[in-house]
Design a protein around this ligand. Structure first.
Ligand code: FAD
Length: 416
């Protein structure tokens, strides 16, 4: 039997491992709990009705076939490092000679009371659909008269995701509401962004931070900096100091940790539960296990972003090939290609190496182009281009909103 490589997680990092191993002698199996790979950077567009869920997902089985690997649908629940196998939720055992963990990150509520019960997060396609439907329900209830008064949406966390969600919700209010929910006066819809730090977009340069704050406030977002959430309740969030903000919808976009199955694996872990790896990306103390992408913690740490995940996945694949060919492994060196975040139509920040910084329309076009190019599959690229053009070119009379579901149709008093 040949060398078996099992890659757990088919996100940016996992797919990159398979790509790097496509010409190796190893037999590669990609395992993922979903039958599709999710393009997380555009999930907020699905959540706000700008894209369809299929636009941001790509079938793993097709990818595996193209890259001479196999796909196995399943959730890994146990990693047995002694007997060298992983166990799936359905009880199946998959043996490996080399294991690559690429399970990404999930939401971290930091133990804030009520956060898990009363807020929505945005890590999976299912999360994005739930958020979109919750948003549609809320607006539908207000438009139909089942609910009166103001509608307030609170976004927790001023990182890239929080900024993107808050900016898009504010634009929905000012552009799409008049067409999609004409009964709701836009001034009755409020978007609040709460961030514990004194600035938005922590890792960015201060000029980008100031720009994003200005751009959000210009869109009418109530940005609360230096504000700590103490509890999330049904219909409200409570800040340290006692202030209670109404919150008909709370989006939790603060903090990440590793998923459950991995945190219970007994592998060495650092901050946020991330798995500690040696310079060549092998898990500390484990010769045959690699960890890559958001789940891994390198020294020095690299950001939990798509580029580092892609590069680490490729590196791990190359190291497995080296080991199979009897060559020594090499340390991983992240090549910084820059970072970006978008706030809304014609507003984004882009930071490139050598202190090149862009804001505004140019940055936004760069963001748009890169995200479309990065998507897997031509069909996804075309559909995303069309849907985003529809949203941002504001077709006359069109709302640019892809309608979601309203799980529980609102009933008014006296209605059967
Ligand atoms: C809302 C949002 C917006 C973002 N925006 C950007 C951006 O604009 N730019 C940027 O560079 N980065 C962005 N990121 C970060 C980027 O998406 C991540 O850094 C990247 O996806 C990490 O890749 P990964 O392969 O490590 O993990 P992921 O892409 O998360 O893939 C992990 C895979 O593992 C699978 N999995 C997890 N646990 C198990 C298990 N037990 N068994 C089987 N399968 C499992 C999951 O289903 C998933 O397919 C964003 C992230 C989010 C959540």
């Amino acid at each position: 039997m040949g060398t078996e490589v099992v890659v757990v997680g088919a996100g940016f990092a996992g797919l990159s491992v398979a790509r790097a191993l496509r010409r190796s002698v190893a037999s590669v199996t990609l395992v993922d709990r979903n039958i599709y790979s999710t393009f997380q950077p555009l999930l907020y567009q699905v959540a706000t009705g700008g894209l369809n869920p299929g636009d941001v997902s790509y079938p793993i089985r097709g990818f595996a076939r193209k890259h001479r690997s196999r796909y196995r649908h399943g959730t890994v629940t146990t990693i047995d490092t002694e007997r060298r196998h992983v166990v799936l939720a359905d009880g199946t055992t998959l043996p490996w000679d080399y294991l690559v963990l690429a399970t990404g990150a999930t939401v971290n509520h930091f133990g804030v009371p009520g956060a898990a019960e009363h807020s929505l997060s945005l890590y999976t396609r299912t999360d994005a659909i739930s958020l979109r439907d919750r948003l549609m329900s809320l607006l539908e209830q207000r438009a139909s008269g089942a609910r009166s008064g103001d509608v307030t949406m609170v976004v927790v966390g001023g990182g890239a995701t929080g900024v993107e969600v808050a900016g898009t919700l504010a634009e929905l209010r000012s552009t799409a509401l008049a067409v999609a929910f004409p009964e709701i006066p836009p001034e009755h819809v409020h978007v609040v962004l709460v961030e514990q730090a004194p600035v938005l977009l922590g890792p960015f340069h201060e000029s980008s931070q100031a720009y994003s704050l200005r751009a959000l406030r210009a869109r009418g977002v109530d940005v609360r900096l230096g504000a700590t959430i103490e509890a999330v309740e049904d219909g409200a969030v409570r800040l340290a100091g006692g202030e209670r903000l109404p919150a008909d919808l709370t989006v939790w976009a603060a903090g990440v940790r590793v998923p459950e199955g991995v945190s219970a694996s007994g592998l060495p872990q650092g901050r946020g539960g991330r798995i500690l790896v040696d310079p060549d990306l092998r898990v500390q103390g484990h010769e045959r296990i690699f960890a890559v992408g958001d789940v891994a913690l390198t020294d020095p740490p690299v950001a939990q972003l798509a580029n580092p995940a892609l590069q680490a996945g490729a590196h791990a694949g190359d190291q497995i090939r080296a080991l199979l060919e009897g060559r020594p492994t090499e340390p991983f060196r992240y090549r910084d290609l820059g970072t970006m975040a978008t706030i809304g139509r014609r507003a984004a920040v882009v930071e490139l190496p050598r202190a090149v910084r862009l804001t505004g329309t140019l940055a936004w076009l760069a963001w748009l182009a890169l995200h479309i190019v990065r998507l897997l599959g031509n069909r996804n690229r075309v559909s995303t281009l069309v849907n985003l053009a529809w949203r941002y070119l504001a077709w006359p009379g069109g709302s640019g909103v892809i309608v979601g579901d309203v799980p529980d149709p609102p009933r008014r008093d006296g209605e059967p």
